[in-house]
Design a protein around this ligand. Structure first.
Ligand SMILES: Nc1nc2c(ncn2[C@@H]2O[C@H](COP(=O)(O)OP(=O)(O)OP(=O)(O)O)[C@@H](O)[C@H]2O)c(=O)[nH]1
Ligand SMILES: [Mg+2]
Length: 317
């Protein structure tokens, strides 16, 4: 590994550690209370552990899975000590994450034969879609890719302007129309423009209104269908953005969106400053959709490719 790479990943690791600090501290203080005064893992400890995991926003289903696995180990080793619990939890959680996130890491290259590579970004209002798009555009550009953004969230004028600000900041072209125009038409224009510019990556912003599920589903379906007139297999990726600080709400949103459209990857934002980092574990397990990116701040650099090992390490260090 080159020195530059090592320094870079060390910095990345530090941002991640800092971003997950609150989750980690809260988790461990709960965990130490759960095992206080106990030398071995017994039913009491398991009950307490269940509570710790649920209240850390890991989610009920995933918590039960983890508890089952630990119970199985206790059945084999009746004198399993509470001091080992930490290491065991870490192992089991890493195992769960590995099931959905294997081989998923991206280095911002484009799969063969998929040019332009079209990413449609979906999610409810305020979760961080536009910010994530700005951060992604920056990373793709750094990787030498030609990026075009499409402002298909035409619901609010401010949404278009906000994407424009990111486009200017990253210095990539943006395709936009007036507020209220047809999002599918914006997406169509964006892909047409990307093809004519021989661009590598297209990222489409969409509106996040979810109060009318049928509308949302129809709109996303229409955007997809219209994009396919330009690039037959678009979108190559449907990235659902979830606000990690909303805990159980993020689960609910993932449920709604996966019903409304085919989601292929997840970005979990705002993990900085929240104690709800456990959602990453539960969401990735429950929906069997890989978490591809995590947001750990508002800055352009505060988007990380999700690395399950680094994540578990940061959480359990
Ligand atoms: N702390 C923190 N803030 C974030 C992160 N990602 C986004 N934000 C902030 O969250 C707010 C909403 O982000 P947007 O990108 O506008 O969200 P959106 O999903 O596009 O929202 P709408 O366009 O209203 O649907 C902004 O203030 C962002 O700066 C993150 O990872 N950490
Ligand atoms: Mg937006």
């Amino acid at each position: 590994m080159s020195l530059f790479k090592r320094i870079f990943s060390k910095e990345k690791k530090e941002t991640l550690d800092k971003g997950l600090e609150k989750s980690k501290t809260t988790f461990f203080s709960k965990l130490s209370k759960a095992v206080a005064g106990k030398a071995k893992v017994d039913d009491d400890v398991l009950d307490n552990l269940e509570e710790v995991l649920v209240s850390s926003d890991v989610g009920v289903e995933t918590t039960l899975k983890v508890i089952d696995r630990i119970e199985a180990r206790v059945a084999k080793d009746k004198y399993l000590g509470t001091t080992e619990l930490n290491a065991i939890l870490r192992e089991e959680i890493a195992g769960l994450l590995a099931e959905t996130n294997v081989g998923n890491e991206t280095d911002f290259t484009i799969p063969e034969g998929k040019k332009p590579y079209v990413i449609m970004v979906v999610g409810v209002n305020g979760v961080g879609k536009t910010t994530t798009i700005g951060k992604l555009a920056s990373q793709f550009k750094k990787a030498g890719k030609k990026v075009v953004l499409g402002a298909a969230d035409t619901f609010r004028a401010a949404a278009i302007d906000q994407l424009q600000v990111w486009a200017d900041r990253v210095d990539v072209p943006i395709v936009r129309q007036d507020m209220g125009s047809d999002p599918a038409s914006v997406a169509f224009d964006t892909l047409t423009s990307a093809v004519s510019q021989n661009a590598d990556v297209v990222i489409i912003d969409t509106a996040g209104r979810l109060h009318n599920k049928v509308n949302l589903m129809n709109e996303l379906t229409k955007i997809k269908r219209v994009m396919q007139k330009v690039v037959a297999d678009a979108p190559h990726e449907v990235l659902l953005v979830l606000d990690g600080s909303t805990g159980q709400n993020a689960f609910e949103q993932a449920k709604q969106f996966t019903l409304a459209t085919e989601v292929t990857s997840l970005a979990v934002t705002k993990l900085d400053g929240t104690a709800k980092g456990g959602v990453v574990i539960g969401i990735s397990d429950q929906f069997q959709i890989p978490v591809k990116y995590i947001g750990v701040g508002e800055g352009i650099e505060d988007l990380q490719v999700f690395n399950k090992i680094e994540f578990v390490d940061s959480f359990f260090k």
